[in-house]
Structures are given as C-alpha cells and as structure tokens.
Design a protein around this ligand. Structure first.
Ligand code: ADP
Length: 203
C-alpha cells in the first residue's frame, strides 16, 4: 500500500481569493503537517518568471520559463514531499499554464490549451485534486484594484478567456476537479475549501 501524500492544487483567475484562503489554511494548526507552496516559486527560475510576467516578454519564452519553474518545483519540493508521505497544497500549478498560456498563445496554436498541456505530459505530477476558485472576472479585477504588483493578466477580457479555459479543464477532468463559488465571502470560501479537503482525504 502506498503511503504517498496527496497533491492538492488551488486554481482560479487573479483575484479569485486563492492566496488569501491558502494563507489562512497555512496558519491553521489542523494543517500544520501539510506543505504549502506556490507557483511561480521563490527560486531563481521563479524570479525569472516574475520578470517575464511584469514585462513584454515573448509569450512562448514566458511559457518555457513557467515550465522550467514547474520542473524545478516538482523535483525539489513536490516529489520529495509526496514521497515522504506529506500532503501538499500548491497555490497555482500546471492548470494555471493551461488556462493562462492557453490565452496568451491563442494566436500561435489552434488549440493552445491542449498544446501547453501536451508540453507537460509525461513529466509533470498530476494533482490528486484541483480546487477551482470560480468567480466573475469583474468581481476579481475589482478585488485586485488596490493591489500594488499588478500583472498584465489582470484585465477583464483576458480573464474571461482564462476562466473559460479553467471551466473547460474542470469539465474534461470531472474526477479530479472541484469548483468553489469564490464570489462569496472569504470566511465562506475558506469553510467550503476545508470541507472539500476533508471529504477528499476521507475518500
Ligand atoms: P488570488 O490569489 O486568487 O489572486 P488573492 O487571495 O490575492 O487572490 O485576493 C485578491 C484580493 O481580493 C485581496 O485583496 C483579497 O483580500 C481580496 N479577496 C480575496 N478573497 C475575497 C473574498 N472572498 N471576498 C472579498 N475579497 C476577497
């Protein structure tokens, strides 16, 4: 019997509230054994990703940086943590690339989401559970309004496309995706997230 940990990923458009709720979980003693992480990571490759998303970098070059950061994240943190039996919660993971670069690369490929997904095939670790924080882009952008470090992605039209990509992924992977209505209050969203994690780990 395997004693591997489970990989749970939090996804959603900018301003959907993932980071706020992940931060609350990370300081909740009930989750003290979990590994909390995020993409882009804090590694030098993650810093390169940050530079790309705050500049006018070529979209394919940007994707490759994201993919490199993902590879480093998996080998240095995700795989060793899961192998040691710890559960991992990642604020953004591979589905962020499928959803976001599925938009930024729309002019280069017929089905950019699928192209980006194929790029990850055979080396990524698939999440056991992906929780999609689904919210209307207007609400999300309004929430981000006061945020200092805005990225080029925080525009309603763009985020509508990203949201559609996320919903497509959820539809194509009904066994591993759960959708949260993230238009609700932070407290309600957090309570729903905790319920989902509890029932998943009991399965
Ligand atoms: P994400 O990580 O999904 O981009 P954040 O957690 O950083 O989103 O949230 C973006 C902003 O919205 C923050 O200022 C946060 O306080 C606020 N926020 C997050 N969740 C909610 C919510 N459910 N209701 C209202 N505001 C929220």
């Amino acid at each position: 019997m395997s004693s591997k940990g489970k990989l749970i990923t939090l996804e959603g458009i900018d301003g959907s509230g993932k980071s706020t709720v992940a931060g609350r979980l990370a300081s909740n003693p009930e989750f003290s054994d979990f590994v909390f992480t995020r993409e882009p990571t804090g590694s030098w490759i993650g810093e390169a990703v940050d530079r790309a998303i705050h500049s006018d970098t070529d979209h394919l070059a940007e994707l490759m940086l994201f993919a490199a950061d993902h590879a480093e994240h998996i080998s240095k943190l995700i795989r060793p943590s899961l192998d040691s039996g710890r559960h991992v919660i990642s604020d953004r993971y591979s589905a962020s690339r499928y959803a976001y670069q599925g938009m930024t690369l729309a002019d280069r490929f017929d089905d950019p989401l699928d192209w980006v997904r194929n790029l990850h095939r055979d080396w990524t670790i698939e999440p056991d559970l992906t929780i999609l924080f689904d919210v209307d882009p207007g609400t999300a952008v309004a929430r981000c309004g006061s945020r200092g470090d805005k990225t080029k992605f925080e525009k309603i039209g763009f985020l509508e496309g990203v949201r559609a990509n996320y919903l497509r992924l959820a539809k194509e992977n009904p066994d591993s995706f759960v959708i949260i209505d993230a238009g609700k209050s932070i407290d309600e969203t957090e309570a729903e997230l905790i319920d989902i994690i509890h029932s998943f780990l009991k399965r």
